[in-house]
Write a protein that binds this ligand. Structure first.
Ligand SMILES: *Cc1c(COP(=O)(O)O)cnc(C)c1O
Length: 357
């Protein structure tokens, strides 16, 4: 606390990301990073860009990266917005599109950064309860609002809804923007990006992606949004009032090569899905209830053991998962899908822990 803090800083409750511990031998299953490395082509592109050109500012527009993203998804480059991680993209979305007279709506259990942005930007928000098994019920979002945002699949539950349900929501919710945060879409969820192709592109749908999860580039900090050119223009106005150069030369080079290597994404996502299915089965045989997941993490609870207790016991054994203290989900653990070997270590530790309790 300092008397020099501005009034708004005094009221903030910053987002707390999952920890990045410095301990040596550790099974790190707490922040949904990929257990496999990025595309070797991305690493090569970054190395190649590591030269004297770094004295020059990067392309402020990220023209080549926008083209690569547009190509991959069948869009026009004017439909693409870039940011320093999707968290930065989301910040600009909240200020530039979701700060309206009516409150923005998001689920009561969702990515906990959304209320943090609302506080920072002075945005009124309303949380919508999930269904009894943590499912998003789009009909509950149809009340008057200044915008709607949720991840699909949702975080931290891992549950997804069909694209047709979002299409139905768009048809009734015509007076505000619907933002779908597709951070985990590559692990078995239907993307909404096809809705944005061609002249049928709705004016009020924005889809946000990150290269941090399925493309294994959390350390590079690249995210993007795609939508109607008029929404993108609004976001560019915010970005160019904040930081003209959010993506450095290394980030742009690595991101382009990653986007162009879809085969690497598909093969690593497939491995993650296989490990997830195996892990869910093994956990069920130990009495865990796991929500159906189409993400690279699962949300699971043991009816006989508190989430906080399991979290601590795993930690004592060098296995870090995520536990949220919020009353609605305190029984649960969110576990990132690692390699098969990491899953085996997790299962062995849980067997030991359950036997000891
Ligand atoms: C991880 C995550 C992000 C942010 O990713 P960046 O690393 O900032 O690109 C955004 N939304 C959700 C739901 C996430 O889980």
């Amino acid at each position: 606390m300092s008397r020099f803090w501005s009034p708004v800083v005094q009221t903030l409750t910053p987002y707390v990301p999952g920890e990045q511990p410095q301990m040596a031998r550790l099974v790190k299953l707490n922040t949904n990073e990929s257990p496999y490395g990025p595309s070797p082509k991305a690493l090569a592109a970054i190395s190649q860009q590591n030269n004297d050109d770094l004295r020059l500012y990067p392309d402020p527009e990220g023209v080549f990266l926008k083209k690569a993203i547009a190509n991959l998804h069948g869009l026009d480059p004017k439909q693409v917005f870039l940011g320093n991680g999707s968290d930065e993209v989301l910040a600009h979305v909240f200020l530039g599109l979701l700060k309206q007279a009516k409150p923005v709506q998001f689920p009561d259990i969702t990515y906990s950064f959304y209320p943090v942005y609302c506080k920072l930007f002075g945005i009124d928000y309303k949380t919508i309860p999930l269904g009894s098994n943590f499912e998003i019920q789009v009909n509950d979002f149809k009340t008057p609002n200044g915008g709607i945002i949720f991840p699909n699949p949702n975080a931290p539950t891992g549950r997804s809804i069909a694209r047709s349900q979002i299409e139905a929501l768009l048809k009734t919710n015509i007076d505000s923007v619907v933002v779908i945060d597709e951070a985990y879409v590559d692990y078995g969820t239907e993307s909404c990006i096809p809705l944005l192709r061609g002249s049928a592109c709705p004016e009020n749908l924005l889809v946000v992606h990150t290269l941090s999860k399925s493309r294994a580039l959390a350390g590079l900090r690249v995210g993007f949004a795609v939508g109607h050119p008029s929404l993108i223009e609004g976001l560019e106005r915010v970005k160019n009032s904040f930081n003209s150069y959010p993506l450095g030369r290394l980030a742009q080079a690595g991101a382009i090569a990653s986007i162009q290597d879809q085969a690497h994404l598909e093969s690593t996502a497939k491995k993650v899905i296989q490990t997830r299915e195996r892990l869910v089965k093994e956990l069920a045989s130990m009495g865990f209830d796991t929500l159906p997941s189409t993400a690279n993490f699962i949300f699971t609870r043991h009816p006989k053991h508190a989430g906080a207790k399991l979290y601590q016991a795993l930690r004592d054994r060098g296995i870090i998962v995520r536990h949220f203290k919020s009353a609605l989900i305190e029984e649960y653990l969110r576990i990132t899908i690692g390699t098969d070997a990491q899953s085996d270590e997790l299962l062995a530790a849980l067997k030991e822990i359950l036997a000891a309790f």
